[in-house]
Write a protein that binds this ligand. Structure first.
Ligand SMILES: Cc1cc2nc3c(=O)[nH]c(=O)nc-3n(C[C@H](O)[C@H](O)[C@H](O)COP(=O)(O)O)c2cc1C
Length: 181
């Protein structure tokens, strides 16, 4: 798949079919995560991939943002100790959240490339997820990534082109000839 197609056509999928995702496909998605850029190449992230339907059911109960049952959930976590030691208290959270976001985006694009739907979920109880999955105290669950097969992609929610500024803030006209597409 063309990169442009993956970027433009990936959608947040919230309705999944019951079709399985094979382990090698999950491995490819997780591998895309670890190849994301990250601050200082610290790789302070941890990815917990859950496929057990019973556990997914339990996670759903503590995650108001999850409506349908996916085939897998990747819990994108940060090792707070590693981040604190490397980045200092002031920057640890900021950099590690950027790093998680980059990894999550890589995984979502790779999933789409493999014909697998995904949705990032911020609305979940991190403490309950920690307890369910034996995540240690110094590791924080930042984001859930739902993965599953889908019948149809949702319509794309509209984008705001006015957030793009050329040369100076507020200049929304083109700063150069031609477009990028
Ligand atoms: C950090 C983050 C948290 C999100 N949390 C939720 C969530 O809790 N529930 C949900 O249904 N979608 C969630 N989403 C998905 C967004 O709603 C979705 O990306 C946005 O509406 C744009 O749609 P698209 O991904 O199809 O382009 C989240 C996305 C991000 C990046």
């Amino acid at each position: 798949m063309e990169l442009k197609q993956a970027i433009m056509e990936r959608r947040s999928v919230r309705q999944f079919t019951a079709e399985n995702i094979a382990r090698p496909e999950l491995e490819q998605i997780l591998e895309a995560g670890i190849w994301a850029p990250c601050a200082g190449n610290l790789q302070e992230w941890e990815f917990v991939c859950v496929t057990d339907p019973a556990m997914i059911g339990k996670m759903k109960v503590v995650s108001p943002g999850v409506f349908w049952k996916p085939q897998a959930i990747v819990v994108v976590c940060v090792d707070g100790t590693k981040a604190g030691e490397a980045f200092g208290a002031r920057n640890a959270e900021r950099w590690s959240i950027f790093d998680c976001a980059m990894a999550a985006q890589n995984m979502m694009l790779r999933a789409y490339d493999l014909g697998i739907g995904s949705c990032a979920i911020g609305s979940f109880n991190a403490v309950a997820v920690r307890e369910l999955l034996d995540i240690p105290e110094h590791v924080r669950a930042e984001l859930l990534l739902l993965l599953g097969r889908y019948e149809a992609l949702p319509q794309p929610p509209p984008r705001k082109a006015e957030v793009i500024h050329w040369e100076r803030f507020g200049n929304r006209g083109s700063g150069r000839e031609g477009g990028s597409t």
